[in-house]
Design a protein around this ligand. Structure first.
Ligand code: URA
Length: 217
């Protein structure tokens, strides 16, 4: 099991303090995984039990990986941001009392920059055979806004990835190493657009083929 240094976690928690984000979920998985999943950010379930992709989207993700015959033990799970970005909505109960509810939202660029050193570190120290990004946030964190998930899902991208120029910077530079990146939609996307499920399964067929020679080596 791979564990990032606690000093890095403390630093990034501090960088995140100005923002509406809660909890902290560590990446999870082996140090030489077959696949590294790069998601968006944890949700409510994940920040309560500390396990990446353990909520509703995680159940769907498990079905995807069952389909291609990859077990959780062969995957390192990480995400662009490691705390749950939330927005507060004031709601009214049936007896007209106002209460506050927190909803998940996509991480802002400032939040992505605050937690960037963690993913940079993981990419440098963990040697995944294949990166799999879920949704636009994970994809664009690695290769920038020229790439959009609806255009490139299911296509392998061989590319250097973005990393912070230095800890105090808001500027991205590119890594020395080149990675193999396979983008597909985020599993939660099917909750809002059921037709994406068919597209995802077509992507998974391609991912399965891509992984076959790696399994033999
Ligand atoms: N989405 C993510 O990107 N990560 C999780 O852990 C859950 C949902």
């Amino acid at each position: 099991m791979y564990v990032i240094p606690e000093t890095l976690v403390d630093l990034c928690k501090k960088r995140m303090e100005p923002y509406n984000c809660e909890g902290f979920v560590y990446g999870k998985g082996p140090s030489t995984p077959e696949i590294m999943i790069v998601g968006e950010a944890p949700g409510e379930t994940e920040i309560h039990n500390g396990m990446p992709f353990s909520g509703r989207a995680g159940k769907v993700l498990d079905e995807f990986f069952n389909y291609i015959g990859v077990s959780r033990e062969d995957i390192y799970f990480t995400s662009t941001v490691r705390s749950r970005p939330y927005k507060i909505v004031h709601k009214k109960s049936d007896n007209n009392e106002t209460f506050i509810k927190k909803y998940n939202r996509a991480p802002t660029m400032k939040e992505q920059l605050a937690h960037a050193p963690i993913l940079d570190y993981e990419l440098q120290h963990i040697k995944p055979k294949q990166l799999v990004t879920l949704g636009n946030i994970g994809l664009q964190r690695l290769v920038g806004k020229d790439y959009s998930i609806s255009d490139v899902h299911g296509e392998v991208i061989h590319s250097k990835v973005r990393k912070l120029k230095d800890m105090d910077s808001t500027e991205w530079i590119v890594s020395d190493e080149t990675y193999s990146i396979f983008p597909t939609f985020h599993p939660a996307s099917i909750f809002y657009n059921r037709s994406l499920e068919k597209e995802i399964y077509k992507d998974l067929d391609k991912l399965k083929k891509l992984l076959e020679p790696m399994k033999k080596s």
